[in-house]
Ligand binder design. Sequence first.
Ligand code: ADP
Length: 845
Amino acid sequence: MKRSEVNYNDLSPMMQQYMDIKKDYEDVLLFFRLGDFYELFFEDAEVTSRELELTLTGKNAGLKERVPMCGVPHHSAKGYIEKLVNKSYKVALVEQLEDPKNTKGMVKRGVVQVFSKGTIVDLEYLDSKNSNYIGSVSDEINEYLITYADISTGELYSEALIHDKDKLINEIINLNLKEVLITNDFDISLLNILKNNYNINITISDKLLEDKYSNCYRNINDDRVIKGIKHLFYYLSVIELNDLDHMNEVKIVKRDNYLNMDVHTIRNLELFETLRLKERQYSLIWLLDKTKTAMGARTLKNMLMHPLKDIKLINERLDIVEKLNNEFLHRENLRNNLYEVYDLERLCGKVICGSLNARDLLQIKRSLSVLPNIIDIVKSLGFDYEISDHRELYELLEKSIYEEPPITIKEGYLIKTGYNSELDELKELRCGGKEFISTLEQAEREKTGISNLKVGFNKVFGYYIEVSRGQLDKVKDEYGWERRQTLTNAERFITPTLKEKEALVLNAEERIIDLEYNLFMEIKSKVKEAIGELKKTAYILSLLDVYASLSIVSEEYKLIRPNLVSERNVLIKDGFHPVVECVSKFEYVKNDIIMDESINTLLITGPNMSGKSTYMRQFAITIILAQMGSFVPASSATLPIFDSIFTRIGASDDLVGGESTFMVEMLEARNAIVNATANSLILFDELGRGTATFDGLSIAQSILEYVDSNIKCKTMFSTHYHELTSLENNHSTIKNVHVEAVDNDGVITFLHKVCDGAVDKSYGIHVASLAKMPDSVIRRASEILNIYESDKSKKEIVERSEQISFTFENKESEVEKELKNIDIMKITPIDAINILYKLQDKLKK
Ligand code: ADP
């Protein structure tokens, strides 16, 4: 049964209420609270029962048929919601908004919280090492504008992009936006790509949030930027019901300030995950990340994503890393202190829009406790960072928050004794209650002579004196006890004194919980006031963490400080690929990369598997590391500043959908050619191999000539087309290099050494045999190759004169057949020996 097909007027009042709420939350799964359950109806129930493997039942809703329904207990809803959000659904919680005791008729219900991928603030559901961005995208005719925010930390950015669909998609993927908000008139094809190819949550909304949180754009004059923020904020605060008081002032991102890398480059170079397994392990960030805090890990990722172009700024970063290298004792001390720092940024976010508890406040306190040490270290290092010690806040938390609080803030045990006198008095009363119980018990036992008499207290019946059935005759009327409750083996009584006491103690417990809650909220609001300063501190700590991490990495992997120059000179001595070097079982062969002003292109030849693409990748990674402010893998490195890196390496995902491998290869090559400037770096790995030999060769040559003569940027071009190596003769800007391999009587050894000049052999057949291709296929390939090599003009296929009879090694041999046919249970030991002898004899022959 579909929701759209039912007649509203036929529905029960409860279901009408459901329908009223649901119409504002069309694309959200509505968890409708009824008693101890959240229930879902109609299509929501169908989807949820399928996704969570719950039973789909029905509910009477006034119609002839029952409406589809499924439900989850409210106390375990969190886990279910998390699963749905991970699967890219949005979930809204509908709760009772008034107390049923004080209401006649239907209780008012409404949405109190919305969960979606881009707006999670609970630390336990967030990936601590990654930002969690949600963005709004608008089409401004000449430009696209992306406004994006991480509401767990309060970061807010605005970025304008040229009006190019691929670039927009590229940026959305690079930023890893979890949710994208667009307006109704947005290009539908783009929307589909984002949704279908990249599984990004898309929401359509046209409304803007006026007159609220305008602090976030108080210094902005550009109306488009303001509109973008209002668009995003409407969704976040009105639809998703988030408090945005903690959002930072918007930062305008100028892409031009950073080294530009597209999605392919980031993937091909395995900056954040490996190509094959899509895992962080063995990626560049995996190698670089020795940070001690989650904030540091995120900032490091951000820096790797955005290497700089300004030599001065890069050198400032390198100075800090160098200083930390020289002052390693301070560095170790700094890292030990940073180890005590929790995710302050996200804790600040939680103060505003999450369910902050006392444990979070303790984490803030512990983080603040190391600030005086960190300030001292920073001073000793001579760094120019102003860090507040937040003493006032620290002391407040130190004297107020109880050291072992529960997760909830509605059960008490949040506030330390000594912080509030009223609370202390109430606590004494509560304790007095317990003391009172044992004193009374003692006294009553003595008075009545009932040795197993018990005095107790429970929340339903209050105080009682319990006497076992066998002792009941000892209870005398003169005591004035009233019967309160009968149990199987005992009777419970109450006395007037107990009643009085009961009122006081019961009250104390409740009042303690209320008071602790109120005190907690007061402390929380003091933390809230300090959030601006806390965030500044958090950011500086994250930077210090990153620099300390870069310093450790430079020491561990023997990296050196690059020398950045404004000329177009590349001079890398003994360079290496840091991840391959770290992971490989074999010794890494270090290589120079030398491209002075006069050289634009290195044309790299060499056998497959010899290390051509590793050599190219190592160059790009060296540049990225240098420009992000890290030391680099080499014994010395002089490098110019690059504006972009374009790569065409290996197979890659298809951005537009449905294109052939060769088409994708060409699209990526075009992207490089169209966008590269003289200051870019292009890496082309075996360009043209996706099509027929002569086709590929012609395209490769023409692209190579175009890049070398027109764009004139630094380019590395690896190829199997040996014909291309003759280009060096007529182009002084092209230089041949090759990766060496030696052939000792057919046994090929890869030396991984890059030397000047070209090779004229590709050893493809050798690699095929390394891959354990059947011997007969290898033999035949060598035979064909010999014919082609002896007659270079030969273009038609070399046919085999006699009948081809490949003997594949995986065909069953005679010996194997015989072995299989033996019935072991029917032969004697002597037969077995004889058969074995015969088989071995056969094999020997
Ligand atoms: P190609 O691009 O020539 O086919 P790759 O660059 O993919 O070859 O390298 C193949 C393998 O050789 C790499 O996975 C790596 O393990 C190893 N390798 C590459 N370069 C080196 C080197 N300089 N020193 C040691 N091993 C290397």
